[in-house]
Design a protein around this ligand. Structure first.
Ligand SMILES: Cc1ncc(C[n+]2csc(CCOP(=O)(O)OP(=O)(O)O)c2C)c(N)n1
Ligand SMILES: [Mg+2]
Length: 367
């Protein structure tokens, strides 16, 4: 269509630029793998670890949803269906790499070692849940869509400036890629060649806005092209593809070439606990995606290889539910410090906040 602008003789014009976006799937819906793409050094045991962590994310998610329904947690954003995108990418990171998630990436937090107890403390609404141990190298949950991305690019700039051997991996939704923050961050990353990897967790919906109405772009990965950044689209329900793509992207970013990965996945549940998706999407669509479940396909692969069976499955479930319940019991005992509302915002508390803290302490509110 655009060629029509040049009308006569347009075929004779030189290409100013052209690009393609590659798509990668290694393990299909039935758990069969493409041997040519399968990373040789990927150990069976590593795949079992992925399987366990994906299950932990799903079990934790189910517990959180049920607690919210009982009025024991604040608003919660379920992750079910997106386990491969979150776990595959997080497991490709080193401990000294730095994660900057948005608000749905609970799998990333637990895969990087956030104590389950702290997960519950955060979603109960306590500030202390957001004070993440510095050794874990990640920012707390960030609710404003895509605002974490310029921060991530800035952290990556700092890593480069300080000559730290650390790559920043940030997460954004399909909807988030329409935000100015997304473009500003990737533009900055491209210009300053910072060690940044962007994982677009394309779960096909931004609350009630479907991917098709979010943007006219055919892929979200191609948005990186304008910033001069390499990108790929992967099957986000294939943990092996996500892992491989992230490993490669991290290596590229470490060498000064930032990278964008679009993971095609699906939000199987509601946007958050204050949403009802039956009002705006067809069950038939959900049914299609159920067949692409990330955990089922890895389970099928492991069973076919003799690495997994029913007794292991049952033992894993018992063990994970027990550790989730233990973490919850500790979180239930947690006594929040009201001062925490004022702390952790500035490195040195400004006078105006100090005064407010003193006022608050003298009020009934504190009792
Ligand atoms: C800047 C900003 N605008 C609007 C909102 C309200 N909001 C929360 S999540 C969301 C949709 C995000 O969709 P997407 O980026 O695809 O992430 P997903 O929720 O699917 O994980 C919106 C509009 C917000 N939190 N922040
Ligand atoms: Mg989305």
């Amino acid at each position: 269509m655009l060629n029509a602008i040049g009308s006569k003789g347009v075929d004779m014009l030189k290409d100013a630029f052209s690009a393609t976006i590659k798509y990668m799937q290694i393990m299909d819906e039935n758990g069969s793998v493409d041997q040519q793409l399968m990373p040789n050094d990927l150990q069976d045991q590593t795949l079992v670890e992925f399987y366990k962590m994906m299950n932990l994310a799903r079990n934790l998610d189910a517990k959180a949803l049920s607690l919210q329904r009982q009025g024991k947690l604040a608003t919660y954003a379920p992750l079910i269906g997106e386990e491969a995108t979150q776990i595959g990418s997080a497991m490709a990171m080193r401990q000294n790499d730095f994660a900057v998630p948005n608000f749905r990436q609970h799998g990333v937090y637990i895969a990087r070692g956030l104590p389950l107890e702290q997960f519950f403390v955060y979603w109960k609404g306590y500030e202390e849940g957001a004070a993440i141990d510095k050794k874990l190298n990640m920012t707390p949950v960030i609710v404003p869509v895509a605002t974490q991305m310029p921060h991530a690019a800035g952290i990556a700039f700092a890593k480069k400036y300080m000559k730290e051997d650390s790559v920043v991996v940030t997460y954004v939704g399909d909807g988030g890629t329409s935000e100015g923050d997304f473009y500003e961050a990737i533009n900055f990353a491209g210009v300053f060649k910072v060690p940044l990897v962007v994982i677009i967790e394309n779960n096909q919906w931004a609350i009630s806005v479907p991917r098709t109405e979010q943007t006219a772009a055919q892929t979200l990965a191609q948005k990186a092209i304008a910033a001069g950044i390499d990108s790929i689209q992967v099957d986000g329900n294939d943990v092996v593809a996500v892992y491989k793509a992230t490993l490669d992207a991290i290596e590229s970013a470490r060498a000064g070439k930032p990278y964008v990965i679009e993971c095609l996945t699906y939000r199987m549940s509601m946007h958050t606990t204050s949403d009802d998706p039956t009002k705006y999407r067809e069950d038939s669509e959900v049914e299609v995606w159920k067949k692409r479940d990330p955990i089922a396909r890895l389970g099928a692969y492991l069973r076919a290889k003799g690495l997994w069976d029913d007794s292991k499955e049952n033992a894993l479930k018992d063990e994970q539910l027990k550790s989730i319940d233990e973490a919850l019991a500790k979180a239930d005992e947690f006594k929040p410090d009201p001062d925490s509302i004022f702390r952790n915002v500035y490195s040195q508390m400004p006078k105006v906040l100090e005064e407010q803290l003193e006022d608050a302490k003298g009020s009934n509110y504190w009792q």
